[in-house]
Ligand binder design. Structure first.
Ligand SMILES: CC(C)(COP(=O)(O)OP(=O)(O)OC[C@H]1O[C@@H](n2cnc3c(N)ncnc32)[C@H](O)[C@@H]1OP(=O)(O)O)[C@@H](O)C(=O)NCCC(=O)NCCS
Length: 203
């Protein structure tokens, strides 16, 4: 993209930022959020590797358009991670991701739950009922989208999560899991690798 197009986008974003018409609520909360909204808006004009760099991710990471990382400062992410369109990675409770892992389109990874605030009829911003638990996803994992991974879950290395799964419990290394709640379907072992290569004409 040419520099003049980038400059126009930045000028437009600055106009939105400073426009009184668009600032309906001028509180500390909206001021804090607005910066993040502006950054996401600018990110639409970036390539997937530029977006990853903007978020401070490691070498070789790529973040597709409309992916969202909540509290990126609490994300530890290895190299060559691919984050697909409309993925949500919630790092608010602490999120670790190994290297060479993929998050398929529209995967959802959670480190918090706000459900108790609804039950308590106290669904205000900043309510005291939010539960946060760190989530860990290993290296060499493929998270088929759309799947949902619950707060506090640890997924091992070289795990395939089949599309439309809901992962509610820890998953060991080298397995394929699927379903809701996700269960182990098979091992990802040498036999599976040979069969997979044969089935798909990979040498
Ligand atoms: C999973 C994958 C690696 C194939 O591995 P495979 O060993 O050939 O797996 P299979 O297709 O045989 O499925 C394994 C088993 O899981 C079941 N399964 C497949 N998808 C499932 C799902 N989403 N949920 C639950 N079970 C599922 C199959 O029915 C099969 O069961 P069976 O052993 O009783 O027959 C491959 O299909 C894949 O990557 N799929 C995702 C594709 C995708 O998301 N692409 C997006 C672009 S990157």
């Amino acid at each position: 993209m040419s520099d003049s197009v980038k400059q126009s986008i930045i000028k437009l974003a600055q106009a939105i930022w400073s426009s009184d018409d668009l600032c309906f609520v001028d509180t500390e909360r909206t001021q804090g959020l607005r910066e993040d909204i502006l950054r996401n808006f600018l990110a639409l004009a970036m390539t997937d590797d530029e977006r990853a760099q903007m978020l401070g991710l490691s070498h070789g990471c790529r973040v597709r358009e409309s992916a969202k990382i909540i509290s990126p400062q609490n994300l530890t992410c290895g190299e060559n991670v691919w984050i697909g369109e409309n993925v949500i990675l919630d790092a608010s409770g602490g999120l670790e991701v190994g290297s060479h892992t993929t998050f398929g389109v529209a995967s959802l990874v959670w480190t918090h739950s706000s459900s108790f605030s609804n039950i308590m009829m106290d669904n205000r911003s900043g309510n005291p009922w939010i539960v946060r638990n760190p989530t860990r996803i290993g290296s060499g994992c493929y998270i088929g989208g759309p799947s949902s991974i619950y707060p506090g879950v640890t997924i091992g290395n070289k795990v395939i999560v089949l599309p439309m799964s809901v992962v509610t419990e820890d998953v060991p290394d080298n397995v394929m899991v699927g379903g809701s709640p996700a269960k182990v379907i098979r091992s990802i072992d040498a036999d599976w690798m040979v069969q997979y290569q044969k089935k798909n004409g990979l040498s």
